[in-house]
Design a protein around this ligand. Structure first.
Ligand code: P5A
Length: 425
């Protein structure tokens, strides 16, 4: 992609409303722009990252044996009246009426919709277990939308719903999701700590939040220092239950099982939340199956969320410096930034064009800064948007055949031949 064709309206000044780094950097790099409070347009650069994150989440959900569906954003109130949540949900739910005066809502989550689908199509224990997920926009009319995409009103969520015959099965589903989550976050260069959490509006009695440690995080968490040596790759539900880590609402200093000297407290960003809630939705919505003993039983359910749009902000909080973002390669909008220091110099431009073509032929995602601008502004933009690799070519490269390769993460710069640069990236 050529910068002259692309659209990423970068800002030099820090926008007034942005209080945390990720919000500032997303606005300054032209990834998003606000439409109204808590509602954003994803511009081309931001959308590329959002899509990459969604695809990693999708791959790991598929790998964990879940089936993707796409449920609507608009739901009928009727389903929520059955589960009893229509009145309980309160002002966070955006309600509306259609032309026939039927009450509708913009879905804040989809337990009711998916349970209804299950109830209509699945009748036998032989079809269990089943896990369905979708990646869809949700709306919650948050009192205080803030920090950009971190706490939006409209946000993109991956929500998965599991259906099992009994508690043992539901536990296995919960475990499968824990494993999928650990892998998903690791692929984005994030360490997410699973902590016990209150189940709130979703309900149930077993719930964990996945928290990314960050000073600007909205949640306070408490954990045993042993947690820091936890090998998340071999995480089991039993191990998790035996170790103490809790979200703020659940932490009780009087009954805390961890001695003071081992208890740590930190701030975190909740990027995922998993729930087991048994038959809370299956009973009122009629999701029963015929069991092996020929008796009808309500299915055991859980639901599992990941804040996909929030993750964009969380990754930036974890990976940036004062100059800009430092994208992990797996989610970077482009892998390489190719910077032409002097577009008026025809020989220099020929070298750049040639390398650009070769990179494209190799399937490397590259943003080629071919704009007629001073080098200072170009360097600043490239650091700001945070592509993992920068290749800098100037008039001096014409004689020497050398260019500069910079690793955005480490800041390391090396001089090397154009061919070697091509090989390296
Ligand atoms: C689990 C999936 C649920 O809604 N039902 C379906 C369950 N859980 S949750 O914890 O309420 O939300 C799941 C994740 O969505 C993100 N999230 C948000 N992201 C941005 N802005 C918001 N206002 C917002 N609210 C929730 C969080 O990452 C949360 O863990």
């Amino acid at each position: 992609m050529r910068s002259s064709v692309f659209f990423y309206p970068t800002l030099r000044e820090t926008p007034q409303e942005a209080q945390i780094a990720s919000h500032r950097l997303m606005l300054r790099s032209g990834m998003i722009t606000q439409v109204t409070a808590g509602i954003y347009t994803w511009l081309p650069l931001g959308l590329k990252v959002l899509t990459k994150i969604a695809n990693i989440v999708r791959e790991e959900q598929d790998r964990a044996g879940s089936l993707e569906v796409l449920m609507p954003t608009i739901q009928p109130a009727e389903l929520w009246e059955k589960s009893g949540r229509y009145h309980d949900y309160g002002k966070e739910m955006l309600r509306m009426k259609d032309r026939h005066e039927r009450e509708m809502l913009y879905g804040p989550t989809a337990e009711e919709v998916i349970t209804d689908i299950f109830a209509r199509f699945i009748k036998s224990y032989r079809d269990l277990p089943k896990r369905f997920y979708n990646i869809q926009w949700k709306f919650r009319d948050e009192i205080r939308p803030r920090f950009g995409v971190m706490r939006g009103r409209e946000f993109l969520m991956k929500d998965n719903y599991s259906f099992d015959l009994n508690f043992e099965g539901a536990k296995a589903s919960y475990q499968a999701m824990l494993e999928a989550y650990v892998k998903t976050f690791a692929r984005m260069d994030l360490t997410a700590i699973p902590v016990r959490a209150a189940s709130g509006a979703i309900g149930g009695n077993l719930s964990h939040e996945f928290q990314i440690l960050a000073e600007t995080g909205e949640s306070e968490i408490f954990y045993d220092v042993d947690y820091e040596n936890l090998d998340v790759n071999t995480l089991t539900l039993d191990r998790l239950q035996s170790l103490y880590a809790a979200a703020d609402e659940l932490h009780d200093p009087k009954n805390c099982p961890v001695p003071q000297e081992r208890l740590k407290t930190a701030r975190g960003i909740e990027v995922g939340h998993v729930f087991y809630f048994g038959t809370k939705y299956s009973v009122p919505l009629g999701a029963y199956v015929m069991g092996p003993d020929n008796k009808q039983v309500p299915v055991e359910m859980g639901s599992y969320g990941i804040g996909i749009s929030r993750l964009v902000g969380a990754i930036i909080e974890a990976h940036h410096n004062e100059d800009g973002i430092k994208w992990p390669e797996s989610v970077a909008p482009f892998k390489v930034g190719l910077l032409n220091l002097n577009v008026k110099n025809q020989d220099c431009t020929r070298l750049c064009d040639d390398l650009y073509t070769k990179l494209l032929q190799k399937g490397v995602e590259v943003l080629y800064d071919d704009r007629d601008m001073g080098p200072g502004a170009k360097f600043a933009d490239l650091d700001l948007i945070g592509l993992p690799w920068q290749i800098i070519i100037g008039p001096r490269s014409v004689g020497s055949g050398q260019c500069e390769l910079k690793n955005r993460r480490t800041g390391e710069k090396i001089e090397l031949s154009l061919e070697d640069a091509l090989k390296r990236v």
